[in-house]
Write a protein that binds this ligand. Structure first.
Ligand code: CA
Length: 409
């Protein structure tokens, strides 16, 4: 291949994720595809006629979000992907390479989509059990509905930000430790946390009143992003009964800037955990519906170096994305292009694989050591949380890059 792609790059020729970026020195956002240390400027490529219908595609790729491109549907976006792959596989460096390739490292990444609606699920049995044990020590860790329903709630799309955007520690009602258990105070959250999640982006609209059958669910998924669902545990603990998460969650969530198309992840499909009891018919699936994607979370104190505090994998999720989507629409609720549906915290079976500080420090009882000698129960001001994700079979590597964010006071 004429273009050098570092061997360990997340952005191999098998990946080709989509994002919105501003090239160095430009203020004009446009669509791009990451490859190695470069970005293929799709606007510039469309201008050279690479995709035919020059004016049409230039118009699509000049937009500051990918929604209109995604809405063209997989038959069209798949063709664009194949054209880009063919261009990269040309025997010699093409003459238009200089105007189409940008340096990735010095480009600025923007939010890749306008998100009409955001839903957060709760699909990791390990996470739901751990939280159950901590929040309801006297009851069964899993509530009776959990193995029947991919439990979820409607979140807030307005506060979802792209990687690199700082997040402010929220204030709200909390109970003070050792204080009156029925009387809250207004305070900055003292229990700031991350949640390691994978989100998928809807690529096809569904009609109000018409459920999406589970066997068609995957047609509606355009691609995946890494998702950090910042959480204020003390605000959450006081507010969540009986209607669920609210202000402890909706002050900020961070997404990775590159959307990995589902085509790129197909080689990494695996079977999920056995589901017992068997799900109701509308949630029944067979075959490989889960992804084998390695996940890790690092915490980097202000001015310090990072410590990996968790290693997990999306294959641990109990409910697949297809099941989440089928359940979401079973009552006729309609999907819109750009909607983001997140998995919920992805915890694995052992302590080092838990996807939140709440679990890693077991509600603050077991401080987590960092490489600089300090410890964390929850996050401190100035901490940067970095999440990474990748799939690899030893030869083909498809990675997400990272989603990072710094906690401000
Ligand atoms: Ca969450």
């Amino acid at each position: 291949m004429w273009l050098h792609i570092p061997e360990d790059s997340d952005f191999s020729i098998h990946n080709l994720p989509y994002g919105i970026f501003c090239p160095p020195g430009s203020q004009q956002p446009r669509a791009g595809i990451a490859v190695g240390d470069h970005i293929i400027d799709l606007l510039a490529a469309a201008d050279t006629g690479m995709f035919g219908k020059r004016r049409f595609f230039a118009g699509i790729f000049a937009q500051p979000v990918l929604n209109d491109f995604i809405a063209l549907g997989k038959p069209v976006t798949g063709k664009i992907r194949k054209k880009v792959q063919a261009w990269l596989k040309m025997p010699e460096r093409p003459a238009n390479a200089d105007i189409i390739l940008c340096d990735r490292i010095s480009s600025a990444m923007m939010m890749p989509v306008r998100i009409p609606n955001y839903t957060d699920f709760y699909s990791s049995m390990e996470h739901a059990s751990n939280v159950g044990k901590m929040f309801r020590p006297d009851g069964n860790p899993l509530l009776p509905n959990w193995k029947w329903i991919p439990v979820g709630y409607h979140g807030r799309a307005s506060s979802i930000v792209v990687s690199g955007t700082p997040v402010r520690r929220p204030s709200g009602q909390i109970l003070l430790p050792g204080g009156n258990p029925d009387t809250p105070v207004y305070s900055k959250s003292r229990q700031m946390d991350f949640e390691l999640e994978m989100a998928f982006i809807i690529g096809k609209e569904s009609s109000l009143g018409e459920p999406v059958p589970i066997e068609k669910a995957e047609e509606y998924i355009f691609g995946l992003v890494l998702f950090n669902d910042w959480s204020a545990r003390d605000i959450q603990r006081w507010e969540y009964v009986p209607l669920g998460p609210f202000l402890g969650k909706n002050f900020g969530s961070s997404v990775s800037p590159w959307i990995i198309p589902t085509e790129a992840l197909r080689p990494f499909l695996v079977k999920g955990p056995k589901q017992n009891p068997a799900p109701l018919d509308y949630l029944k699936t067979s075959g490989k519906k889960h992804y084998d994607i390695h996940l890790e979370v690092a915490v980097k104190p202000q001015g310090g170096s990072e410590t990996v505090v968790s290693r997990s994998n999306t294959k641990y999720l109990y409910w697949s994305m297809a099941q989440q989507l089928a359940h979401h629409t079973v009552n006729g609720c309609n999907l819109q292009v750009g909607d983001m549906l997140a998995s919920g915290t992805i915890s694995g079976p052992v302590a080092g694989s838990y996807g939140s500080m709440l679990e890693l420090s077991w509600a603050g009882k077991q401080p987590v050591p960092l490489e600089d000698g300090s410890t964390r129960t929850f996050l401190q001001d100035g901490d940067t949380v970095v999440m990474r994700a990748w799939s690899s079979d030893g030869e083909v590597r498809v990675g997400f890059g990272e989603v990072s964010g710094t906690l401000l006071p």
